[in-house]
Design a protein around this ligand. Structure first.
Ligand code: XMP
Length: 483
């Protein structure tokens, strides 16, 4: 085959702005569209939108806010393993009917140490235990706020503790909490060892978020990213997370496959692998890696990516999703696809679903939210939040200092640093995107996401068509909101 034929055989790497969804016959009102879908083999979301594992996008606050609304954020890995585990614990502890991973204190601790712990964990009361978890008392903010800081906890704690057992029902627990005017009810076994904790706050919160996605114990679902080469971190996180994302820019790589095999063997969480961009990558995963629960798809389309500029390598998200979806279909594999990178609008999510995605992952869109960790700054009268690529100089510098499993295998940066307009609470973004996605499903006459896969028809647009399809010939002020 001559070199010139490479042009003739070149594939058309289309992406979101190159296509439109053709409206079809419909009997469906957008509000009736059902967007619940499995985003991994075992995890279903009520809203199929996922926040990227980036240190300007997803830490515990974002993960909690999204899980409460029925979607999900993937905790980033640009920190020490301990910090990432702490974030996952925070998500799991955010609202559980029974907290299983109870933080306890020793009676020999000082008031000063306790105050520090309260601040660190943002918790106002702890069971006091000795030996192998035997309950000695309970200590709360009220016991210590005016106490001498050198006093021991045993001198200030309440010794008479009202407790419950594993058989205590929630209604009963609520009644006990109310009767005794207390906030926390330790659950103990017959040897008085602490097995869990029920708090008034968690009971009250439970009814608040009806659409929240939870695990079997009523805790919010949690996802976290790891390097495939960091098995110790994977094991440490496995206790707390439902989904683990093996997070590399080019997963179709022998070393990544070998490392992934080990992780897949060792962890019980659902494992998503990526990023990939081709039919062959999906085919190799399906045929060589057992137990993969999700595919993260798209290379080089992210708003902060410079991969394709620097290396000219890439697989735009829409093109990549269609290729991977074809492989999944050809092999009859039951592996959901997450389209990742370059998604700006709800219509982009609908288009990604038209070619087989179950969910969309977004960094830029969520980075501007109140719950993202990025710094908020005012510039020329508008508010912005910091957003940078995980391959940017800034992120790489942070990673190499903290994570010994992330030694630089490349000598160049593949991401840029910048700012995105502040957009307010993540819930507003979810409302906007679910509204738009359901409206798109209305145009297609698709009542569910699997129906989108079946029914959606695409039209290619010209450059002029793309311009005409967006608002034009009108002056509009910028999108940034005030706080
Ligand atoms: P958006 O468009 O939502 O994309 O901002 C987020 C996705 O971009 C990927 N990502 C990167 N890709 N260099 C890259 O080539 C980077 O520095 C980088 N950081 C993030 C990632 O897949 C994310 O979900």
């Amino acid at each position: 085959m001559g070199f010139r034929s490479k042009f003739e055989n070149a594939e058309k790497a289309l992406t979101f702005n190159d296509v439109l969804l053709l409206p079809g016959w419909t009997t469906l009102e957008p509000s009736e569209a059902d967007i619940k879908i499995r985003v991994t083999t075992n995890v279903e979301l009520n809203i199929p939108l996922i926040a990227s594992p980036m240190d300007t996008v997803t830490e515990a606050e974002m993960a909690i806010a999204l899980a409460r609304e029925g979607s999900m954020g993937v905790l980033h890995r640009n920190c020490s393993a301990k910090e990432e585990v702490d974030m996952a614990r925070k998500v799991k502890r955010a609202e559980a009917v029974i907290i299983r991973d109870v933080i306890t204190v020793s009676p020999d601790m000082t008031v000063a140490d306790l105050l520090k712990m309260m601040e660190e964990h943002n918790i106002k009361g702890f069971p006091v235990v000795e030996g192998d978890g035997e309950l000695q008392g309970i200590v709360t903010w009220r016991d210590v706020r005016l106490a001498e800081s050198s006093l021991k906890i045993r001198d200030v704690m309440t010794e008479e503790v009202v407790t419950g057992s594993e058989d205590t029902e929630i209604d009963e627990a609520m009644q006990i909490l109310h009767e005794h005017r207390i906030e926390k009810l330790p659950i103990v076994d017959k040897n008085n060892r602490v097995q869990g904790l029920i708090t008034m706050k968690d009971i009250t919160l439970k009814g608040t978020f009806q659409e929240a996605v939870r695990d079997e114990d009523g805790r919010l679902l949690c996802a976290a990213a790891i390097s495939p080469f960091d098995l110790p971190r994977a094991k440490a996180l496995d206790k707390y997370v439902d989904v683990m994302v093996l997070d590399v820019s080019h997963f179709h790589n022998k070393n990544c496959f070998d490392a992934a095999k080990l992780v897949l063997k060792e962890v019980s969480a659902d494992v998503i692998v990526g990023n990939i961009g081709t039919y062959e990558a999906a085919e190799d995963i399906i045929t060589q890696l057992d137990g993969v629960a999700g595919l993260r798809v798209g290379i080089g389309s992210g708003s902060i990516c410079s991969t394709s500029v620097v290396t000219r390598a890439g697989a735009p998200t829409l093109f990549a999703t269609s290729n991977v979806a074809d492989a999944v279909k050809a092999y009859g594999a039951d592996i959901p696809i997450i389209a990742d990178g370059g998604i700006r609008n709800p219509g982009d999510v609908a288009v990604a679903m038209a070619v087989g995605a179950s969910a969309a992952m977004m960094g830029n869109v969520f980075a501007g939210c109140r719950e993202s960790p990025g710094r908020l700054v005012a510039m020329e009268g508008r508010y912005y939040k910091e957003y940078y690529g995980m391959g940017s100089a800034k992120a790489r510098q942070k990673r190499f200092v903290q994570d010994r499993y992330s030694k630089p295998s490349k000598s160049i940066n593949e991401g840029v640093e910048g700012w995105v307009p502040f957009k307010g609470p993540a819930k507003d973004i979810l409302d906007e995107f679910t509204g738009g996605l359901k409206a798109a499903m209305g145009y297609m006459g698709a009542a569910t996401i699997p129906q989108v896969w079946e029914k959606a028809k695409l039209a290619l647009v010209t450059e002029n068509g793309a311009k005409e399809a967006a608002p034009h010939d009108i002056f509009r002020p910028g999108p940034s909101r005030t706080i």
